[in-house]
Design a protein around this ligand. Structure first.
Ligand code: DOR
Ligand code: ZN
Length: 348
């Protein structure tokens, strides 16, 4: 009997952390193997704030690729209250900048330079609306009074919805949606709003982090929510609805920085994302919608053509083995364990 196969357009990753230096060199191959393009997050230390920073970072990414790799990094700028609208417009015009990223100050890894008061970023947001440059949003408030599990819902109500009412022409990507509230908000919008969903949020709920001991390798931000939210994300992802697409948020940290008293947020999924997603979509009887989620909806939203190349996934009888960790010059990085055997793999 021949193994089941599925051929789809080559996927893209619409939210990826590649880091820099030894870590960049250690992880980029895992993305370039399966993905044609990725939106690269700008939360380096120091962050990628200007077009000049983005150009230099893009060059470092391209230099880290191996000969023969075909991968295009799509660059973003880290929005600050001092971002210059002219620089942003220049970046878009030159083709270098695909989006601008809003991190509310303090929301996550390296976000202390992010936006405290969105009013101060209005001039640049207005310019982005005018020139059609999308805003990628880390949609969580950081107010100490707000429970961490409610941060996304409160952000929608107090920041995102008012912003979209004030600037309806601004294209907003709500990144790594983790709640039913987020899914419903996107579904209820008429235009200019879409959402990315990570691999891990389709697979884990908050029990993975907390039941039977604290498991730092399942900790990320936005933190995984209760099961009903995961099911809402699954339903949206497998529905084929063009407003939802893959953004892995693969975010490598070396193990010592995860396995400690105050561990970093981030889950490394670049290496096994396509295997995990094929499993998820098959489980939900929606393998025919996988291509929309990984390869069609994202480019359509960002105004780009879908990739012409294809990849083929094959379902093996024996489980596929991925390394538990990858070694990088920066140190070991634990690979996301979906807690079920993976049978699908990309044919290489
Ligand atoms: O889990 C996360 N890790 N969420 C983010 O928003 C940032 C990321 C990182 O850079 O490590
Ligand atoms: Zn991220």
């Amino acid at each position: 009997m021949t193994a089941p196969r599925l051929t789809i357009r080559r996927p893209d990753d619409w939210h990826l952390h590649l880091r820099d230096g030894g870590m960049l060199k250690g992880v980029i191959g895992d993305t370039a193997r399966d993905f044609a393009r990725a939106i690269i997050m700008p939360n380096l230390v120091p962050p990628v704030v200007t077009t000049t920073d983005a150009k230099a970072y893009r060059d470092r990414i391209l230099a880290a690729l191996k000969p023969g790799d075909r991968f295009e990094p799509l660059m973003t700028l880290y929005l600050t209250e001092g971002t210059n609208p002219d620089d942003v417009e220049e970046g878009k015009k030159s083709g270098l900048i695909t989006a601008v990223k809003l991190y509310p100050a303090g929301a996550t890894t390296n976000s202390h330079g992010g936006v405290r008061n969105i009013d101060n970023a209005m001039p640049v947001l207005e310019r982005m609306a005018k020139i059609g440059l999308p805003l990628c949003v880390h949609g969580e408030v950081t107010t100490p009074e707000v429970d961490i599990f409610d941060r996304e819902a409160v952000f929608i109500e107090t920041v995102l919805d008012p912003l979209r009412k004030r600037l309806p022409e601004l294209k907003v990507t709500m990144e790594h949606v983790t709640t039913k509230d987020g899914i419903d908000y996107i579904k209820g919008s008429k235009a200019n709003l879409a959402g990315s969903i990570t691999t891990h949020h389709l697979i884990i709920n908050r029990n993975a982090i907390l039941v039977g001991g604290i498991r730092p390798h399942y900790y990320c931000l936005p933190v995984a929510k209760r099961e009903s939210h995961r099911l809402a994300l699954r339903a949206a992802a497998v529905s084929g609805d063009a407003r939802f697409f893959l953004g892995t948020d693969s975010a490598p940290h070396v193990d010592p920085l995860k396995e400690c008293a105050c561990g970093c947020a981030g889950i490394y999924t670049s290496i096994n994302t396509m295997s995990c997603l094929a499993h998820v979509f098959e489980e939900d009887g929606a393998l025919d919608k996988l291509e929309a989620f990984t390869s069609l909806n994202g480019p359509a939203w960002y105004g780009l053509a879908a990739n012409e190349e294809t990849i083929t996934l094959e379902k093996n009888v024996e489980p596929v083995s991925f390394p538990a960790k990858i070694e990088t010059e920066a140190g070991p990085v634990t690979v996301f364990d979906p807690m079920f055997p993976l049978h699908w793999d990309v044919v290489r």
